[in-house]
Design a protein around this ligand. Structure first.
Ligand code: GDP
Length: 425
């Protein structure tokens, strides 16, 4: 592999963090190209268990340079907290191994507040936001009403710019939501607090990536969430507010001329979905709870219990298509070991018709899952490290998925640890 992107194929939480952590051994640079602190990657390695929200998953490898690209929603307060947590466990973070794009827009103090206020206003029609300010941030970015990280190097211009944006934003806060306005003192505190702490890490990451590429370095692009949360191709409006697909990786990295040679799509052996929105294959009651317990399916950022269901072939096939995945990492196969029969959502039924193409978002509410059952293997597979040693029923399950989604499954993960992996190439 030369450059590669690691992306989620479904609703997120597929186990991307674990795969990036594994693959970083083959890469020199890891770049986060979209999203903010609204989702989390969980990484387990010899240094401990980490819930990463904004930091790229390559920070645990010596010699790997980690970049937060211009496409991310950079909340200085959250980043500082996360950096402190990671450093407290003995991980070194310096301007040599962590670089923040000077073109990354900053999530401003009012974005989180606005997110909360809007979800409150929506009441029972809420989008299920994680209330990290992501939607207000990206809306403001596209309205050109936020600031670039690099502006922190120009204090005078920065203050004037921020004051202008604050005055404009206070109109919305007080007029639309009847909330408290922000003050100049709030801004001063923010600039001298978290912003000052991240400043040493800010640089021209575009120039760095260009040079790295010219010197033959290999770049890994890391995404957050999955295909179905993509702003343009996902389950609108229950998506995130950025593009989660691999095609966006070079742009959000600050290296628009960069090429993504391989796209590793991460698929979980069953489905989970956090928050509101259509989730056609959803299971309920005892069956759903058993799977949630078996997979430890609780949000890494919010602790929210995730909705669970069987693997959804219709959604996964679509996810593979929009990501342009060239290979698949199938994770958490071990979690299904307790089942005698493994359910799979093979098709949807909409108005009495069987469909195998993922439908337009409006139709998702009408879609019903068509479920088939596969033989389970019903034994512990977490210690298995080779394809041949997997029980036949597990191999059949993997081969069936591979055939249906039309993409080779090259990694099979059977545990959270770095080495709990079966390579199939
Ligand atoms: P991400 O955002 O896509 O990285 O997903 P999560 O943070 O939800 O990670 C998935 C969770 O499953 C984490 O707690 C991982 O440690 C764990 N995990 C990842 N792969 C496997 C696996 O193959 N088996 C088991 N049992 N756990 C896994």
């Amino acid at each position: 592999m030369s450059n590669a992107a690691i992306v989620g194929i479904n609703w997120g939480d597929e186990g991307k963090g674990r795969m990036v952590d594994l693959l970083t051994q083959d890469y020199d640079v890891v770049v986060r190209f979209q999203g903010g602190g609204n989702a989390g990657h969980t990484v387990v390695n010899e240094k401990g268990k980490f819930a990463l929200h904004l930091l790229p998953s390559g920070i645990f490898r010596d010699g790997v340079v980690n970049i937060l690209g211009n496409g991310v929603a950079l909340n200085p307060d959250h980043l500082v907290t996360e950096m402190q947590e990671v450093m407290a466990k003995g991980v070194a973070l310096t301007p040599d191994n962590l670089k923040i794009s000077d073109r990354a827009s900053l999530l401003l103090p009012w974005h989180v507040r606005l997110d909360e206020l809007e979800e409150l206003r929506l009441a029972d029609k809420k989008y299920g936001s994680t209330k990290q300010g992501i939607a207000p941030f990206y809306s403001d970015k596209y309205q050109k009403k936020t600031i670039l990280a690099g502006e922190l190097f120009y204090p005078e211009e920065l203050k004037a710019h921020l004051m202008d944006v604050m005055v404009w934003k206070n109109l919305t806060l007080t007029g639309v939501y009847d909330a408290e306005p922000y003050t100049e003192a709030d801004l001063d505190e923010w600039i001298s607090g978290a912003c000052a702490k991240i400043k040493p890490f800010i640089c021209d990451t575009g120039a760095f990536l260009k040079e790295a590429q010219e010197n033959g370095k290999r770049i890994l692009f890391e995404a957050q969430l999955g295909s179905l949360r993509d702003l343009d191709f996902g389950i609108v409006p229950y998506t995130t507010s950025s593009n989660t697909i691999a095609a966006y990786a070079p742009i959000g990295s600050g290296f628009p001329a960069g090429k993504v040679d391989e796209v590793v799509g991460v698929v979980k052996a069953y489905s989970t979905c956090v928050g509101e929105g259509p989730f056609v294959c959803e299971m309920f009651g005892e069956e759903a709870e058993q799977l949630r317990q078996a997979g430890g399916e609780y949000g890494a950022t919010t602790g929210r219990p995730r909705r669970t269901g069987p693997l959804d072939i219709v959604a996964t096939r679509y996810g593979v298509e929009v990501q342009g995945a060239t290979q698949i990492a199938l994770t958490k196969l071990d979690v299904l070991s307790y089942l005698k029969k493994i359910p799979v959502c093979t098709h949807y039924e909409i108005d009495g018709k069987i469909v195998d193409r993922f439908p337009f978002p409006v139709l998702l509410d009408k879609a019903k899952p068509v479920t088939e059952y596969f033989e389970g293997w019903n034994c512990d597979i977490s210690g298995i490290r080779s394809w041949e040693d997997l029980p036949e029923a597990a191999r059949n399950y993997v081969l069936y998925i591979e055939k249906e989604i039309g993409c080779p499954i090259t990694y099979i993960s059977v545990g959270p640890e770095r080495d709990s992996i079966i390579l199939r190439k």
